[in-house]
Design a protein around this ligand. Structure first.
Ligand code: AMP
Ligand code: MN
Ligand code: MN
Length: 335
């Protein structure tokens, strides 16, 4: 069965409705997905800082807590790991999170009568009471900029830096095809609010720990190509991860080295996890090779050109099943 992800059946709540729900609430929990990225953290902290200025009692939780790499973000000390016992809030807000389940333990720790879901994943089913899913937006941070502006909520320099990080990381520094003229306009607005683009970009893209490059060296050793060089993959076993002492977040973005190869249409990265699961991360250079649709076959999702899944099985088993599905999709392009 083919999965049609072109037009999600979501009726979006308006920014006015969302602002109304926020204004009515006193205590608000702001959450995002497990294995957070710059869009997840930047969106959470930007909204949290803005709503704090509105006088709201804001809680910011992420299953993984704050990662070292993003600790420079303004307000990063607000972000905490969720407690094991659930707490009650007037409102829960999920940002940049394709499914409720991807909120992980943070989702389980929040009990709220009302939920807002703001996201840009094409696979987001529109869970929650007020959902605003804009899959034309390259980052949730871009939707939040529009929302904060529309609702007349504060955007100071710290909020702007968080939004800039959200947008920069999800667009590959304003490079990916979903980057629009509006994205650049928003980038300019954020710079006017005080973002130091040189400083932020150096912190994001030129401050990696050495172990990340050592990991890349190992991954390149496992690199393989199939489908006449149109599909490239590499894999990380638990054994190698332990040997190098790498953190889960160290591999974020390494898949881009595969996507950057001439002739490659789909890049895939396999990461062995504990409990007999494998994290699959996919990137495409051609919207016709829809990796979100492929990942949905393995219980995951994402965007047409960047998607992921957590598949059950050993590393070689998952590699075989997933490579087969990718090859079928790439072969059907008939080029
Ligand atoms: P990643 O490869 O982990 O950077 O993820 C690429 C994109 O796919 C991101 O936008 C993720 O939010 C999304 N994604 C990754 N894993 C999953 C999953 N298991 N379910 C749904 N979406 C996912
Ligand atoms: Mn994200
Ligand atoms: Mn995102």
């Amino acid at each position: 069965m083919s999965i049609d992800v072109a037009a999600p059946a979501v009726t979006n709540a308006s920014f006015t409705e969302i602002a109304g729900a926020i204004r009515q609430a006193e205590s608000i929990a702001i959450l995002s997905h497990v294995r957070p990225d710059g869009d997840a953290f930047g969106s959470q902290l930007a909204l949290a800082l803005s709503l704090k200025q509105l006088g709201k009692n804001v809680t910011v939780w992420n299953e993984d807590g704050m990662l070292e790499k993003y600790a420079f973000l303004p307000g990063s000390d607000m972000l905490e790991k969720p407690p094991t016992e659930p707490s009650t809030f007037d409102l829960g807000i999920a940002l940049d999170t394709a499914t409720q389940q991807r909120l992980g333990l943070a989702g389980e720790a929040v009990s709220a009568p009302r939920w807002i879901n703001i996201d840009h994943h094409v696979s987001n089913p529109g869970y929650g009471d007020l959902a605003h899913i804009d899959w034309s937006a390259p980052a949730t941070g871009q939707i939040l900029f529009e929302f904060l502006s529309d609702a007349g909520l504060p955007i100071d320099s710290g909020i702007a830096e968080n939004l800039f990080v959200a947008i920069s990381t999800d667009t590959g520094s304003f490079q990916y095809p979903n980057t629009t003229a509006r994205t650049f306009q928003i980038g300019a607005e954020l710079l006017k609010c005080g973002v130091d683009v040189g400083r932020v970009s150096q912190l994001l893209y030129e401050s990696y720990p050495r172990r990340r490059v050592e990991l890349l060296r190992e991954l390149l050793g496992t690199m393989r190509f199939v489908a006449d060089g149109r599909v490239a993959s590499f894999s990380l076993s638990l054994k190698v991860a332990q040997k190098l002492g790498v953190f889960p977040e160290d591999n974020e973005g390494l898949i881009d080295h595969l996507r950057a190869i001439e002739g490659v249409i789909v890049a895939v990265f396999f990461e062995e996890l504990i409990e007999g699961k494998v994290r699959v991360s996919m990137r495409s250079k051609d919207a016709a090779a829809d990796v979100s649709a492929i990942c949905q076959k393995f219980g995951g999702g994402g965007h047409k050109m960047a998607a992921g899944a957590r598949a059950r099985g050993t590393l070689p088993e998952v590699e075989e099943r997933v490579m087969e599905a990718i090859c079928a999709a790439v072969e059907s392009l008939n080029r």
